[in-house]
Design a protein around this ligand. Structure first.
Ligand code: FAD
Length: 491
């Protein structure tokens, strides 16, 4: 691998993908190295999916300015790249009168950060907006929104790829050195990649990756956030419902998030843990999530819970040190020139990602002229979502292609044609989770109980492989290990 890329990005989370897309508009040879099997394999798939307005971070901080700037990109990105966003608004609810002062402070912060439309409302107005929600008063943020974090990453990465960026999955960066002016990047399979610029967008591993070549004392303090997902109950709330943030300022508190698909997320909790990859869930936390969310939304107790998951915050501080927040680190290393580190990109990192990408482009653009690529195509089309079509459109598609008439995932009404589109995705991801992220097959009430065997059959036919060669996600996650009964014994 003697080729010298202009830029290597380490990590295909939302920040790496946004950056890959932002760089793809220039005449540059860009490569993304990702240790997982797909984009959004880590924190970028396990968060609340909230497009934050930008009122909760300290004025002047990178977190605040890049949040507000990032928010302003979303509608255009969604239009160009065909991934869903909805600006449904948010209520930050005070349970008692003595929390109103905290809401006022939050509003003041919001105004300083340039957030539009914030207003204080009383308990009566809360009921007018959200009849099922209890509260003494609330801050209404009309511009807050939701997206699908993994569809966003897929859209950004597919458009970057369409514009010439290469993605290499299942490839962990294990060592970095510099020979003269060129970075030499060693990866898990023994290969070596070279580049002029190196961008460390490795999320929870970003401190460790930077210390493969840079001298700094950044340290990650992983903080787990667990969630519960309910079955579809989209009549319960229309907006995001948040509590007044805790006084320690460490988290935003357990909130209630309607998803684009009609489910509700409850969480996240906040628990400092030892390991960067410890996404276990506990009964204790699940009970706490139910208890706390039902204080604002009593009917949530009746909702059916279909799954839980956990994401890990990339925090650069531990509250026991007295520190209440640490800003994003986005900088070219002082001594290792053209190495840009993105460290501690915790919330609001999803919202800020498009603005973080532009900031990095700016750092590179200060050092060398970036030449526009006239062939850059800003648009990308998402595959058909059958369930979103009218009856007439559905009938027309089934007539054109009978695979639209075969429902594979009953819970989410996903057709065989959509599964095939997911299997033939432009990034070449060939795992069961890759299908799930792209077309939602397996995300419904039965959690894949019905559709998994059908998808496996479609995968073996389409790819011409045996079931033993099908992985859930990475190469150590085989779904099948062999037959329990020999074909000859059948009948
Ligand atoms: C519980 C929770 C809730 C959140 N809610 C929100 C929200 O509602 N709104 C919001 O704006 N933000 C939210 N965030 C923050 C947001 O999710 C993150 O800021 C964002 O996803 C970070 O993206 P990233 O690309 O920096 O990191 P990641 O998504 O972690 O991506 C880094 C990638 O680097 C890869 N990698 C790591 N090491 C290596 C290596 N050595 N070689 C190759 N690849 C490597 C990883 O596999 C990973 O795919 C939340 C975070 C958490 C934990």
């Amino acid at each position: 691998m003697d080729k010298i890329h202009d830029i290597i990005i380490i990590g295909a989370g939302v920040v790496g993908c946004a950056l890959a897309r932002a760089l793809s508009r220039y005449k540059l040879d860009v490569l993304v190295l990702e240790k997982e099997d797909d984009v959004a394999g880590s924190t970028s798939k396990a968060n609340s999916g909230v497009i934050h307005a930008g009122y909760h971070k300290k004025p002047g901080s990178l977190k605040a300015t890049l949040n507000v700037a990032g928010h302003s990109y979303f509608q255009r990105l969604s239009d160009e790249l065909d991934f869903p966003v909805k600006f449904i608004g948010k209520l930050v609810v005070a349970k008692k009168e003595n929390e109103i002062e905290d809401l006022r402070k939050l509003m003041d912060r919001g105004f300083k950060n340039g957030v539009k439309g914030l207003e204080l409302i009383d308990g009566k107005q809360i009921k007018h907006f959200e009849p099922n929600v209890n509260g003494f008063a609330a801050m209404h943020s009309p511009v807050s929104g939701i997206t699908s974090p993994y569809l966003m990453c897929i859209a950004l990465a597919e458009n970057a790829h369409l514009n010439g960026v290469d993605f290499v999955f299942d490839t962990e960066v294990t060592g970095i050195s510099k020979e003269k002016e060129i970075f030499v990047v060693q990866v898990s399979n023994g290969s070596i990649y070279r580049s002029r610029w190196l961008i460390n967008s490795a999320g929870l591993n970003s401190a460790r990756v930077s210390q493969m070549i840079c001298e700094n004392d950044h340290r990650m303090y992983p903080c787990r956030g667990e969630y519960y997902i309910t079955d579809k109950v989209d009549t319960l709330i229309k907006r995001l419902i948040y509590p007044t943030p805790s006084k320690d300022g460490v988290t935003l508190g357990i909130h209630i998030t309607p998803t684009l698909d009609g489910n509700i997320l409850i969480g996240p909790s906040a628990e400092y843990i030892e390991r960067l990859d410890d996404t276990a869930s506990t009964r204790e936390v699940m009970d706490k999530l139910k208890r706390e969310s039902s204080q604002f939304l009593p009917p949530i107790k009746e909702a059916k819970f279909i799954r839980n998951y956990a994401g890990i915050r990339a925090k650069l501080f531990h509250p026991s040190s007295g520190v209440k927040d640490a800003d994003f680190v986005i900088e070219e290393d002082e001594s290792i020139k053209r190495m840009i580190n993105l460290i501690g990109i915790e919330s609001p990192g999803l919202t800020a990602a498009p603005a973080i990408a532009e900031k990095v482009v700016g750092i590179i653009g200060e050092k060398e002229a970036l030449v526009d690529d006239e062939k850059f195509n800003p648009e990308r089309k998402a595959p058909v979502v059958f369930e979103h079509l009218s009856d007439d459109e559905k009938a027309r598609l089934i007539e054109q292609d009978p695979d639209y008439g075969e429902i594979v995932c009953r819970c989410e009404t996903i057709t065989k044609k959509e599964v095939l589109a997911a299997l033939n995705n432009p990034l070449g991801v060939r795992t069961l989770d890759g299908v799930k992220k792209r077309c939602r097959a397996g995300m419904g009430r039965c959690q894949g109980g019905f559709c998994t065997p059908r998808i496996v059959e479609i995968m073996t036919d389409e790819y011409g492989i045996s079931p033993e060669e099908i992985y859930k996600n990475n190469e150590s996650s085989n779904m099948f290990f062999g037959k329990v009964k020999d074909d000859r014994e059948e009948g």
